[in-house]
Ligand binder design. Structure first.
Ligand code: SAM
Length: 225
């Protein structure tokens, strides 16, 4: 059974899509998308040999070798123009890593109309990349599973300008204020207060003054949620 986290990612994949799941590990998501008849074809990309082998044997076990192509490649290099991929999913990594994968091979995005990204931490990096690269937020979701809170960001082609507050908290998530959202930022807020306290006595170097300012700014924003 697919985790709730990956099921949430799957729920944003349009029916009839050709999907590339980058950093697919066991290829659970692409196999699910084919079984559910959501995707017609899928690529599972993996850069590490072990997970790549796991993906291959999973696809074989599920009898999906004709519908799921597993490739050993770095990021979007798993995709060729002939694949006609229109939807990319990247899940279970940090936001900065997801953003760097997207930034590294922009040519692979030419035919892509939707990106479904699930950062474990620092979702801000993804919103910032989107804002500067012709993608706009179509939807956002926040959920809790096994005591961890996950965000899903759905992007489509378009322009958007986000404020610092919207970059950090998410323009839709901060409007909807779901219970998981409140829980996440209350936790972060407590963490920031702790750090600020811990460095209160530190020497007043330029870097330290900057760090305090940044924390105070984030605390102010989070307290205003
Ligand atoms: N996407 C799956 C999920 O959400 O359950 C697996 C997440 S797993 C924590 C992250 C996977 O991304 C690892 O298997 C890792 O090898 C892969 N990965 C990391 N950087 C990558 C890159 N540049 N290109 C392809 N795969 C990558």
């Amino acid at each position: 059974k697919l985790s709730e986290r990956l099921a949430a990612v799957a729920s944003f994949v349009p029916t009839g899509s050709t999907v590339a799941d980058i950093g697919s590990d066991h290829a659970y998501l692409p196999c699910y998308l084919i079984h559910q008849k959501i995707a017609t074809h899928a690529i599972a990309g993996e850069v590490v040999k072990g997970p790549y082998e796991s993906a291959r044997s999973q696809v074989q076990q599920e009898g999906l070798t004709n519908q799921v192509t597993v490739r050993l490649a770095d990021g979007l290099q798993a995709i060729t123009p002939e694949d006609q991929v229109d939807t990319i999913t990247i899940a279970g990594m940090g936001g900065p890593l997801i953003a760097s994968i997207l930034a590294k091979t922009p040519s692979a995005l030419t035919n892509v109309t939707r990106l479904i990204l699930q950062p474990n931490i620092h979702a801000r990096a993804i919103r910032e990349w989107a804002m500067h690269n012709g993608f706009a937020i179509l939807d956002e979701m926040i959920m809790e599973e096994d005591d961890k809170i996950y965000e899903v960001i759905v992007l489509q082609r378009g322009e958007m300008t986000l404020t610092e507050k919207q970059l950090l908290f998410g323009p839709l998530l901060s409007e909807r204020k779901a219970p998981a959202f409140i829980k996440k930022w209350q936790g972060e807020l407590a963490q920031w207060h702790k750090i600020l306290e811990a460095i209160a006595q530190a020497e007043n170097t330029t870097a330290m003054i900057e760090k305090r300012k940044e924390l105070q700014y984030k605390i102010e924003m989070a307290e205003a949620i």
